[in-house]
Design a binder for this molecule. Structure first.
Ligand SMILES: CC(=O)N[C@H]1[C@@H](OP(=O)(O)OP(=O)(O)OC[C@H]2O[C@@H](n3ccc(=O)[nH]c3=O)[C@H](O)[C@@H]2O)O[C@H](CO)[C@@H](O)[C@@H]1O
Ligand SMILES: C=C(OP(=O)(O)O)C(=O)O
Length: 467
């Protein structure tokens, strides 16, 4: 089995470069399907398993792609399939983001329900509600969804019940080629939404207000491939900031954008970590004992749920008791059991975890239960007494470029041992369960959205309904 072995106790120093953002590049690559002519050239594309997955999804749909030196070129003169297959879509949540572009471009899509980290039920009702408001007819099958539109999608006024990142992105992409203007109210405001809007606009789109709660998209007739640089990964940056603080280190996180990390920076400062922001990165120094703080995850600009487990690792080595409250995903404390194996004192009470800091951590055999949990365990291992063995690395490889090499370059005693293959771990609930969750979620909005659930859904032919 592939594993990372960390011997704790080394102080991290030096410079680490942040890679392009996973959660920005995935929707951007999905949006490249919208361009009927010209190549999209996307720079700073991180070498991650999730990027390879979205590349395969694009190729399945007819895209020609190349990937060299962190640059991916995509050209999609013709969409050759409207079906996004289960084997790829189950691997990660973001592959569901091809639904909006396919609906907008060819008016049809058949897509499996998405996978991704199993951190909650993760319904997709808000995505579907948006597409239906734009005129799509949606049918749920056994583990998949079919949608079609008669003619072109139409601009609509859409209010999201939750400020969902994925739903905002999917609707924004679909609306870019719709007839008329779409407004998304209670839109997600994450930096990755702004990056996607900038790319769509570079392609000739008209998206305004990204980064605020109200986005306005004027649909255009066609979009052309464009060149775009992906923003640096704020979650990867935040993880190295915590790794530095964890070890009493002095690390310059090159490329980190302070504006994207405001809630993480404020919490670190409250704890006593020194932060120096500059144009090309953030220096993180920890020279004194850290104080416990309470943390509550919220949609941006609140404290990001994707940093919750790494922050919990840091609270384990601070003085005092902290309360960590997770409000975004209902099942995102799975790392707590793994921390317990390292002698951590944490009690979970519903959506909150009470963390007693200052109890010495000890090395143990632990397993990454999801992507960020894996990173958090590695952070904790940097400070633990003795050796920690982290498995479940298929999660970590989805979102961190060479975490072993980057930490080793900062002085960590860390190595990776490749195994013959990972034990099969389900990344998401079985399709039937996901359909159930989706239908349950869909029922919440039954008055406005009618769903047909059928065992078999008629196979539709691929043909653009408008061009
Ligand atoms: C690839 C990607 O960008 N993933 C990120 C994205 O995931 P993702 O886009 O899946 O997360 P969402 O913002 O959609 O989810 C936020 C909340 O809304 C709920 N919800 C979502 C959609 C929907 O139709 N109905 C609904 O109820 C979810 O269950 C969750 O409780 O944002 C999350 C929240 O910042 C991050 O943790 C993920 O790293
Ligand atoms: C939860 C995450 O990813 P995904 O939405 O792809 O599961 C993440 O990046 O932490």
């Amino acid at each position: 089995m592939t594993k990372i072995i960390v011997r704790g106790g080394q102080r991290l120093t030096g410079t680490v470069r942040v890679s392009g953002a996973k959660n920005a590049v995935l929707p951007i690559l999905a949006a490249s399907l919208l361009a009927t002519e010209g190549d999209s050239v996307i720079c700073d594309v991180p070498l991650l398993d999730d990027v390879m997955t979205i590349q395969s999804v694009l190729q399945t749909l007819g895209a020609q792609t190349t990937y060299n030196n962190e640059t991916m070129s995509v050209s999609v003169p013709i969409i050759t399939s409207y079906e996004a297959p289960y084997e790829l879509i189950r691997k990660m949540r973001a592959s569901f983001l091809v639904m909006g572009p396919l609906l907008a471009r060819i008016g049809k899509v058949r897509i499996s329900l998405p996978g991704g980290c199993a951190i909650g039920t993760r319904p997709i009702d808000q995505h579907l509600k948006g597409f239906e408001a734009m005129g799509a007819e949606i049918t749920l099958g056994q583990g998949f969804i079919e949608a079609s539109v008669n003619g072109r999608l139409k601009g609509a006024k859409i209010y999201l019940d939750v400020a969902s990142v994925g739903a905002t992105e999917n609707i924004m992409m679909a609306a870019s080629l719709a007839h008329g203007t779409t407004t998304i109210e209670n839109a997600a405001r994450e930096p990755e939404i702004v990056d996607l809007a900038n790319y769509i606009n570079a392609m000739g789109g008209k998206v305004r207000g990204a980064g605020t709660g109200m986005i306005r998209i004027e649909g255009v007739e066609r979009l052309k491939g464009a060149r775009h640089n992906v923003i640096p990964d704020r979650v990867e940056a935040g993880t190295y900031m915590i790794a530095s603080a964890m070890t009493g280190g002095d690390v310059f996180v090159e490329g980190a954008i302070a504006d994207h990390l405001t809630p993480v920076i404020s919490k670190l400062q409250e704890m006593g970590v020194e932060i120096a922001e500059s144009d090309n990165g953030i220096r993180v120094t920890a020279t004194r004992p850290l104080k416990a703080v309470d943390v509550k995850t919220l949609p941006h600009p609140g404290f990001p749920t994707d940093m919750q487990s790494q922050m919990m690792a840091l609270l384990l080595v601070s003085e005092g008791t902290s309360v960590v409250t997770e409000t975004v995903f209902e099942n995102r404390f799975m790392h707590v059991e793994e921390f317990h194996k390292m002698n951590a004192n944490i009690k979970v009470d519903g959506r909150s975890a009470i963390v007693t800091g200052g109890v010495p951590l000890t090395g143990a055999k632990v397993c990454a239960t999801d992507l960020r949990a894996g990173a958090a365990l590695i952070c904790a291992a940097l400070r633990a007494d003795g050796e920690t063995e982290v498995t479940g690395l298929h999660h970590v490889d989805r979102g961190y470029v060479d975490i072993t090499g980057k930490l080793a370059s900062l002085g960590a005693d860390i190595r990776r041992i490749e195994g013959d293959g990972e034990a099969a771990v389900e990344e998401s609930p079985a399709p039937a369960a996901v359909v159930h969750q989706t239908v349950v979620a869909a029922k919440a909005s039954e008055s406005t959205v009618a769903y047909k659930r059928e065992k078999e859904v008629a196979v539709l032919k691929v043909q653009p309904t408008w061009a």
